[in-house]
Design a protein around this ligand. Structure first.
Ligand SMILES: [Zn+2]
Length: 270
């Protein structure tokens, strides 16, 4: 990574300070991310409806007809679902990679525009997208692993729900309801992953771009609305050094605690 000094590039009186606004999270990125996960979950739910519920139904009918023990649900029922989930998880990861790439580009452009507005300097020749290479690789790996575990979790939930209902001898209607509940849980988890990961990604990029520019401290800024948690409201306006533990959960910087929408205004000291 090429390091440079924003303070040296801008022409400001010695001893003065300028605050550099953080680049905000873009809501549409979070929505696109969630849509990619949702599409995966919807297709898994559809296959569950089309292939596993009919197997369950015929098992229930055989049990009634024979009035005796017949074959219960077994792992072979879920092999197709597992294969589909593996395939969909790779597709979702590819889509999310694309979203993160575009977000990184958008972040770089917005950061440059902010520096121009706040300090009157043009960073076109200094800042490049390639600077982010190593970090982007890490972010891509982290997101792929979360998507993989979401997909494994949904298959496991389907499997366990079918077994539990089969053992209890529940009707197809009861099984359907139980499955819907499980899909509801994974959908909420998908939403949380999308929100949390886009926010963390944006927060990481802010930190990266500020540190690259020689900015060593920042001001914690909340979104100043009623959704800000009490703990973060207390941090609003506080100054921290990058790398120093904050007063937030686990000492994390703004945008890193779960569901945190706070930002870091970089302090450029001349
Ligand atoms: Zn916060």
């Amino acid at each position: 990574m090429l390091r440079y000094s924003l303070a040296k590039l801008a022409d400001k009186p010695k001893g003065s300070k300028v605050e550099l606004p953080a680049v905000d999270v873009r809501l549409s990125a979070e929505k696109q991310y969630y849509a990619a996960l949702r599409s995966m979950l919807i297709q898994i739910a559809a296959m569950t409806r089309e292939s596993i519920i009919p197997l369950y139904q015929s098992e229930q009918e055989q049990k009634r007809a024979a009035r005796a023990y017949t074959a219960d649900a077994d792992r072979s029922w879920f092999a197709g679902l597992q294969a589909l989930a593996n395939q969909l998880q790779r597709i979702a990861s590819t889509t999310v990679n694309r979203i993160l790439d575009l977000e990184a580009e958008r972040h770089t452009e917005t950061f440059m525009a902010t520096a121009k507005r706040a300090l009157g300097i043009n960073l076109q020749a200094v800042v490049t997208q390639e600077d982010l290479g190593g970090y982007l690789q890490l972010a891509v790996a982290r997101n792929a692993s979360l998507i993989e575990s979401l997909s494994a979790d949904v298959v496991k939930r389907v499997e366990q729900t079918v077994y539990a209902n089969s053992v209890a001898g529940n009707s197809v209607t009861t099984l359907r309801k139980a499955l819907q509940e499980q899909f509801g849980i994974t959908d909420r988890r998908a939403k949380l992953i999308a929100r949390d990961q886009t926010s963390k990604f944006n927060s990481d990029l802010n930190k990266f771009r500020q540190q690259q520019a020689g900015v060593t401290s920042y001001v914690w800024v909340t979104s100043h609305d009623e959704r800000v948690r009490a703990l973060h409201r207390k941090l609003d306006g506080k100054t921290y050094k990058w790398g120093e533990a904050t007063g937030a959960e686990q000492g994390l910087p703004p945008g890193q605690p779960i569901n945190c929408r706070c930002g870091a205004r970089g302090i450029v000291e001349f």
